[in-house]
Design a protein around this ligand. Sequence first.
Ligand code: DGL
Length: 273
Amino acid sequence: MESPIGVFDSGYGGLTILKEIQRYLPLYDYLYLGDNARAPYGTRSFDIVYRFTLQAVNELFSRGCRLVILACNTASAKALRTIQQNDLPLIDPSRRVLGVIRPTVEALGDLSRTGHVGLFATPGTVRSDSYRLEVEKLFPAMSLTSHACPMWVPLVENNEGNNPGADYFVNKDADCLISADPDIDTVILGCTHYPILYPKIRRALPEHVSLVSQGDIVARSLVDYLHRHPEMESRLSRSSSTAYLTTERADSFSRMASMFLGRPVEASQISLS
Ligand code: DGL
């Protein structure tokens, strides 16, 4: 694997993005990195998320990635801009780091009829205001109501997402969001872990509300990016292989990731510094 596409998340959530990207772009090589040892990121400060994300990006660069997708809203909200503007020019201006928030907001215009949109995200993403700022820029007439769900990522990271205990938190958060704005007709899952809870979230929301995961949106936007950037596309290696790195135990990662992806995964443990 010479020049894989790097996919980074704090833990397992980015697998929901990787899965969709590979559905659209199966020929490229991929290197997934989950910082499971330090997840969740969603309750951490700006500086810590930036520092951890930069370490991960440098690790992926050192393993041959020329293009890294931050498949994590919290890292996209808190670290992407600084890495793009301050770090990349010094590390290697020909490499690229892309996030998930901008493409998600771009897609919103076609999704909502009432112009009232809800967002579920981590406390860090909500506090960063990144979604609100992007929505104001692209769709000034749209009303966005954000709701932070601090328990959802820990439930997924601890493999409790499918258990009945998770219903309590999902129902509580869904009720809060809809009672804050009953005109909401579209809800975005603004955390890459949340699609793993999709069936529970779907059941907790009124039927007329559309529930949107980011995987498909981010994958299409990467297809478009590679069309527009042949200088990057031509440097990516293509042997349809995928490798997985985690900062926690490789056996736990391999078991959980095999379950999410529905195919066998063999991860390796690394440390980031
Ligand atoms: N999956 C990540 C996101 O999209 C981060 C979750 C976390 O570590 O809190 O925000």
